[in-house]
Ligand binder design. Structure first.
Ligand code: FAD
Length: 539
């Protein structure tokens, strides 16, 4: 399945496209679910430049595709986030006389025909879009190129999502790295020798007032953004709208909060990252102490930018530029020596998983990266799976994490690792079920990072170490939540427990408090996992 990665085919199709499509009457930028911003956006920047050069209007389109949302297990929360960010962008652009046209389209396989027909109807000769690295999306865009060519339309697909574009960070043998540390070193060298890659993309706005003389284009201003997508109604939309405010300005404030303000212990959530919490005893801003505090879930220590980065409401380039300003250095220092350096290394993980996804499409097709683990024997136990989802496993740290994600659509990274390894190694339930559930519930659900995180936890991914990755959930709990405040916050049944009991409540305390007993015994489960990974296919 990886023999012919579709990314290469798409890049070739773009190269083989129409060379001089002419001017036409409009230039179109096709916005995707991962680039919901107007500033620092490569495809939009190029579309704007083209429209300005040709002296014709710029038009934005967005295709809502319910079948894709089913195929990708998109969470209603993320879809609602998309729609409200689109509404924000539409309002901003209207004042610049640029329409954003949102269309709902089914079936998904005819989206290319629909988009090309729209361009023909508007007499547009140029289409610009940022590349999506998921296999279905790459195949869709290859088809767009195939249809655009005979229609005389130039289709321009450009890289934008990563700090370093896929295909550039390669081993000596010209292969994509499958181990993070050497990837990260090479990635950093590349970036530091090409700092222009992270420069802000200009937005040369075309003179679009002429658009009002074109009745077809003028009518696009009146097309409303849908309020919701049928089948994907967000049940807690008011809470989500409060917890995750809309728009690039909010994302920039959340970035500034991380870089310049101290962690607040009361902001565990569900709470808006910008709301004021009680004073904390920290001496330095979150970013500066990140190296030592990032694995602590009992304080609000990380950036909480993932929903904004996943949806492209803010660019990764902007994060790095602001971090560099704070570092006061003229090169990027992404090493574990400092808080900020450690944070930049986390952002490198985002690039790493996108590079893996674009080179090894099998990971987005439900296949383990390590084929040798394709036949590991999984338990089919709906009762256990349900208990995990609902935070009723009897393991306080796991239950706290699962309840956090249920209430706020986000979970601390260490907790994602603990809850994921618990599902896979302790309950021995197929990692793909956990991956799907996370996508359905997360606000920051992103195929590359979620799949990477799940395959890492399941030891089926890049760089696996099955033996060492069977976490002991009790010692993990003590490290991730040393005060116990995180568990007390999300598992109120245990709010009166103090000291070590909070991590492993005795049986009689559980019975008294109405808290479930552990579903499995960790040591037995660990032995079972070791056995099954060693001999895939066997009991
Ligand atoms: P910070 O610690 O402030 O990090 C800054 C940014 O770096 C993040 O916003 C994110 O964009 C990136 N980043 C950090 N850690 C990772 C990582 N391990 N892999 C990839 N990118 C990273 N992240 C998602 O964005 N979407 C997902 O669907 C997702 N699913 C995950 C599933 C599992 C099982 C695991 C173990 C991890 C998953 N992650 C996912 C990665 C990580 O947990 C989140 O990015 C992080 O918790 C977001 O919080 P933050 O913005 O405060 O992160």
């Amino acid at each position: 399945v990886d023999v012919d990665p579709p990314l290469q085919k798409l890049l070739q199709a773009v190269k083989d496209g129409v060379k001089n499509p002419g001017k036409g009457e409009a230039v179109v930028y096709w916005m995707r679910m991962e680039d919901l911003r107007t500033c620092d956006n490569r495809a939009l920047s190029r579309a704007s430049a083209q429209a300005q050069k040709d002296g014709i209007p710029l038009v934005l389109i967005f295709t809502v595709s319910p079948q894709d949302y089913v195929a990708h297990d998109r969470s209603p929360r993320r879809i609602d986030f998309t729609l409200r960010n689109l509404a924000d962008i539409k309002a901003q652009l209207a004042s610049l006389h640029i329409p954003l046209y949102v269309t709902v389209h089914t079936p998904r396989r005819t989206i290319p025909e629909r988009v090309v027909a729209l361009l023909q109807g508007w007499k547009a000769r140029h289409l610009f879009a940022n590349i999506e690295y998921e296999v279905d999306e790459l195949r869709r865009d290859i088809k767009v190129c195939e249809l655009a060519k005979p229609a005389g339309i130039g289709a321009h697909f450009v890289h934008d999502r990563c700090l370093v574009d896929p295909g550039i960070v390669l081993t000596k043998n010209g292969r994509v790295y499958t181990v993070y540390s050497p990837f990260q070193r090479n990635w950093l060298d590349r970036l530091n020798s090409n700092l222009k890659w992270i420069e802000e993309e200009p937005l040369p706005l075309p003179n679009s007032e002429d658009i009002y003389f074109n009745t077809t284009l003028k009518a696009l201003f009146d097309v409303k953004i849908p309020d919701h997508v049928d089948g994907f109604e967000c049940k807690d939309r008011e809470t989500m709208r409060d917890v995750w405010p809309t728009g690039t300005e909010a994302a920039k404030q959340i970035l500034a909060r991380f870089l310049h303000t101290k962690a607040r212990s009361t902001q565990m959530g569900p709470s808006n990252p910008l709301s004021e919490g009680a004073e904390s005893s920290e001496k330095k801003a979150r970013a500066l102490v990140y190296k030592d505090s990032r694995d602590k879930a009992d304080k609000d220590t990380t950036s909480r930018l993932s929903p904004y980065l996943a949806a492209g409401v803010i660019s990764a380039r902007e994060c790095v530029r602001q971090a560099m300003k704070l570092q006061g250095l003229n090169k990027i220092q992404a090493t574990r020596d400092t808080g900020l350096g450690t944070w930049l290394m986390e952002i490198a993980w985002r690039d790493f998983y996108n590079h893996v996804l674009s080179a090894y499409p099998r990971v987005s097709m439900g296949r383990p990266f390590q084929e040798k683990y394709a036949n590991v024997k999984w338990e089919v136990n709906d009762e256990h799976f349900q208990a995990w989802k609902e935070g009723r496993t009897g393991l306080p740290i796991v239950d706290a994490g699962m309840r956090q994600v249920a209430t706020m659509g986000w979970m601390h990274n260490r907790l994602r690792m603990i809850t994921a390894t618990y599902l896979v190694k302790d309950l021995m339930i197929d990692w793909r079920l956990g991956e799907k559930y996370f996508m359905e519930i997360l606000m920051d659900g992103d195929l590359a990072s979620n799949n990477g995180g799940w395959q890492w936890s399941a030891s089926t991914g890049t760089d696996p170490q099955p033996y060492f990755r069977i976490f002991n959930p009790y010692s993990q709990s003590e490290k991730a939540d040393p005060t116990g405040d995180y568990i007390r916050h999300f598992v109120p049944e245990l709010r009166d427990l103090r000291g070590p009991e909070i991590h492993k409540p005795p049986e009689k305390v559980c019975r008294k408090l109405g808290y479930p007993l552990p579903l499995v015994k960790h040591e037995e489960a660990r032995q079972r996992a070791l056995r099954r990974y060693k001999n895939p296919g066997e009991e």
